[in-house]
Write a protein that binds this ligand. Structure first.
Ligand code: GLU
Length: 444
């Protein structure tokens, strides 16, 4: 059974970068008939906030990314302790007593001497007596995982063969001096306990993976497969990290981006498929393949997303938006939707365009004699899309006006605007009474 997980820390709002990681995991799970676990990595009790967890669940829900399984790391401390004891028993987890200041000084000396700033394992040389002395001074240990100092290899589903020599890494601290776990051991423990089969995450975790594979093995488990995707960068290749606040899903939503536009964009950017508007997550699942994710950074360009959003709206059938139109108090039916959708950048623009139909709006009279003639020549109802052409032909014949000189004054009188949806579609919606009133300079 395929099980993948998305493991956000509830220390902030989801931004487009981590939403993309969530989406890739979700698509992978659905494509393989597997399960998607949402795991809240809340071991950092100072920075984790329940309101961020709520926001994460809501934002994923907005995107349509539903989880099959849910876990909170803070509720799994017993399992993490058992894993830690196992590592201590096998000598892979060892106590260290250096203070941060001592470690910093040591690191500076190493750098000054041209050596890599890797932890020197001084703590491994402490005798029982040394440790007792340090404890008597009030020092509490933090605990490091003893790496094998050998080459760790895996076949990454995106990067291909990867080899990392853990001799070049510091033994990672798994437990802090105050007894709290850092991210690494809970993550591995939970991946084992939930039988995670693939870990799909950003390439900023590649180095962690080498250490984690060693921890999986030290716990007697088999490491899952890994897929490290390139990170999302801005349109010009700049890191998104500085603008994360402005790229939260919350803001996209407030800005009126459709969730399907966001997922269409995030599913395809950085892949060998073209970025295009998709109508459903099922469509994206059908087209998903982890092999399509490229090695080059994926780009996130708000302007491109905005265009995609407009395209998506332009392609939506009336049935897909009927309920939303109704709740916006718009009862123009399919005819209204078809008339205005090519003019939408955001769905909320419909309300403004609805005033072109229902009014009241103040007409602008640019060429009074022409408009007076046009009012006289308004055909009787019933009206349809052919009415506009029959009427404007008659006005042209009576006034000699043509092209812009004919259409522009009519648009200004009927809509009070320079631009807008096609008049042949709007005219039957506005109706004869209101059209006549506007041509007679009445606000209607
Ligand atoms: N909580 C970790 C993070 O947000 C999860 C990384 C992982 O997927 O293992 O970076």
């Amino acid at each position: 059974m395929t099980t993948v997980r998305f493991a956000p820390s509830p220390t902030g709002l989801l931004h487009v970068g981590n939403a993309r990681t969530a989406l890739l995991n979700f698509l992978f799970a659905k494509k393989n008939g597997g399960k998607f676990l949402l795991r809240i990595d809340d071991t950092d009790s100072e920075r984790s906030k329940p309101e961020y967890e709520t926001a994460i669940v809501e934002d994923l829900g907005w995107l349509g990314i539903a989880h099959d399984l849910f876990a909170r790391q803070s509720e799994r401390t017993d399992a993490h302790r058992v894993a830690a004891e196992k590592l201590k028993a096998s000598g892979r987890l060892y106590p260290c007593y250096e203070t941060q200041l001592e470690l910093d000084r040591r690191r500076q000396r190493q750098i000054a001497a041209g050596r890599p700033p890797v932890y020197d394992r001084a703590a491994l040389k402490l005798t029982g007596e040394d440790r007792a002395k340090l404890e008597a001074q009030g020092r509490r240990p933090h605990w490091r995982f003893k790496l094998s100092q050998s080459k760790v290899r895996w076949r990454d589903l995106i990067r291909g063969e990867v080899e990392i020599d853990t001799a070049h890494l510091s033994d990672p601290v798994l437990i802090r001096e105050d007894g709290r776990f850092l991210y690494t051991l809970p993550s591995v423990t939970d991946d084992v306990d939930f039988a995670v089969t693939q870990i799909i995450r950003g390439e900023d975790h590649v180095t962690n993976t080498a250490a984690q594979i060693e921890i999986f093995e030290a716990l007697g488990a088999t490491a899952p497969a890994f897929a490290h995707h390139p990170l999302l960068v801005g349109a010009g290749g700049e890191a998104l990290s500085k603008r994360l606040g402005s790229l939260s899903l919350r803001l996209l939503r407030e800005d009126g981006i459709e969730p399907m536009s966001a997922v269409s964009y995030l599913a395809k950017t950085g892949t060998s498929d073209a970025v295009a508007a998709h109508a459903s997550l099922d469509e994206l699942v059908a087209e998903f393949a982890v092999e399509k994710i490229g090695r080059a950074p994926a780009h996130f360009d708000p302007a491109e997303l905005s265009n995609l959003n407009a395209k998506l709206l332009h392609g939506l059938p009336f049935e897909a938006v009927a309920a939303r139109l109704a709740s916006a108090g718009i009862d123009g039916g399919a005819a209204f939707w078809d008339a205005v959708k090519p003019n939408l950048a955001r769905f909320s623009d419909v309300s403004d365009l609805w005033t072109l139909v229902k009014g009241p709006l103040a007409p602008i009279i640019e060429n009074a004699p022409l408009i007076a003639k046009a009012a006289e020549l308004l055909p009787p109802e019933p009206w349809d899309e052919a009415t506009w052409s029959a009427w404007t032909k008659a006005v042209a014949a009576a006034t000699g006006a043509k092209g812009r000189d004919l259409y522009h004054p009519l648009r200004l009188a009927l809509t009070g605007r320079e631009h807008g949806p096609e008049l042949k579609k709007l005219l039957p919606l506005i109706g004869r009474a209101r059209s006549l009133a506007r041509l007679q300079r009445e606000t209607a």
